[in-house]
Every structure is written in structure tokens, then in C-alpha cells.
Design a protein around this ligand. Sequence first.
Ligand SMILES: [Fe+2]
Ligand SMILES: [Fe+2]
Length: 254
Amino acid sequence: MTTEQTHWKTWATFFLKRSTRALPALEQDRDYSELPESLARSLAIFQLGESGGGTIIKQALHNRLPGTNEYYAAAMALFVEEEHRHANILAMCVRLLGGTLIRSNWTAKLFVFARRLIGLRLKVVVLLAAEVVGLCYYHLLAVHLPSSRLRDQLLEIVEDERSHLYFHCDFLRSQTPSRWRKRVFVLTWRVVMFSAAIVVAVDHRRAIRDLNIGIRPVLARWKSYSDLAELLVVRDNAEQRPWKREFSNRPSLS
Ligand SMILES: [Fe+2]
Ligand SMILES: [Fe+2]
């Protein structure tokens, strides 16, 4: 087995181990009425975004890109399953907050549109932007909520999203071996990430305001994770650098 095959097998095993987690029991009798309505709406939008992903499994299975194999496809299927688990948890949170689930939203449509336009590599760039946006936003929401299981669940989702970030960065790194490919990635990544940040900031502005999060901390966190993702893809030996502490939530890859 080549190093690459071992690599994707390790990721598939990593996701497989987590796939047995049961859905959490949230505090059904807890009163969340002091929390703003905009929080439920915001989580409902993310719930919709976490629900898709069928086509990327097929694409990961049938693609002929160098550096991928059946284990990458298996890891991708388990990753999508984990996102669906997030969708189920967020659906519980939305109901607990007295909100309603939605079937359509303009930012979710934009992300789906961008993912459908293009091949696997660009799809993963869009997915990576969604991971950065989601993990930073869930974290900021959680730290502005009172202590509760709902808050704990959001923080658990943040940890999952961190490993998704590493998973997609590993794939993109395998697809950008040359200097010009790295340059194309950086350009594409910055445009996609900037666009994602703007549309999400606009769509979630009420929750950001109502929870007193402030737009600056949101943008600053997106920027730092966006930079981290970029470095993980393009820099040699990124894991040995000062941001090494960010690597706690990934499998140890041989
Ligand atoms: Fe997720
Ligand atoms: Fe994710």
C-alpha cells in the first residue's frame, strides 16, 4: 500500500470511529426564551447547509484525480454522514429554541450553486470555505450562550468541523504539488473565502447583533482560520510551525 493510500485509509478509519456516536439528549425542559429569535433562524440556515452532500460522494468515488483512491471516497462518505449528524443536532437545537426548520435559503442556494458548477477540486475549496465559516461562527455563538447542553453541542460540532478543515486541506494539498497550482489555489481560495464571509455575515447579521458578538470578532476569526487553511495547503512542513496546537483534532497520519 502506498503512503497516499495509507493516508486516506487513516482518515476513513478516523471518521468511522466517530460515526458510532449517538445523537445527544438535549435539555427538553430548559427555558431558552431569553435567547433571541434570530439565533434559531441562524441555526436553521446552517442546519439546511449541513444537510446536502450527495453528489460529492459520487464525485469522490468516480474521480480520477491523482492522489485519491477508494479510501478517499470512503472517508468523504463518512464526512458527509458526520455533516448530516450535525444537521440532526442543529434541527433539535432549532426546535428547542422555538424556531422552525427551513427548506430554502439564499446563502444555502449560493453554496449549492457554487458546488454544482465545478469539479471535485473546486467543490472541496467551497466546502473548505463552508467549514471555516461554520466552525468560527458556531464557536462564537457558543461562547455567547449560557452554559447548557445546547452550548456544549455547538462546541462539539466545532471540534468536528476542525477535523473537516484538516481533511479538506489534506486533499487540496495533494492536488497542488507545483508552484503554479499553489498560486491558482491561493487566488481561488481567497476569492471563495471572501465571498463566503460576506454573504454569511449579511445573512446572519441579526444573530450577530442580538447576541452582542460584533462583526469584528467574526471577521477576525474567519480571517485567522482562512489563513491557517491556506498555509496548511501551500506551506511545506506547516505542521511543525507555531500553529501546531491547531492539529489536536485530526488523526495522526503516517
Ligand atoms: Fe458540520
Ligand atoms: Fe464540516
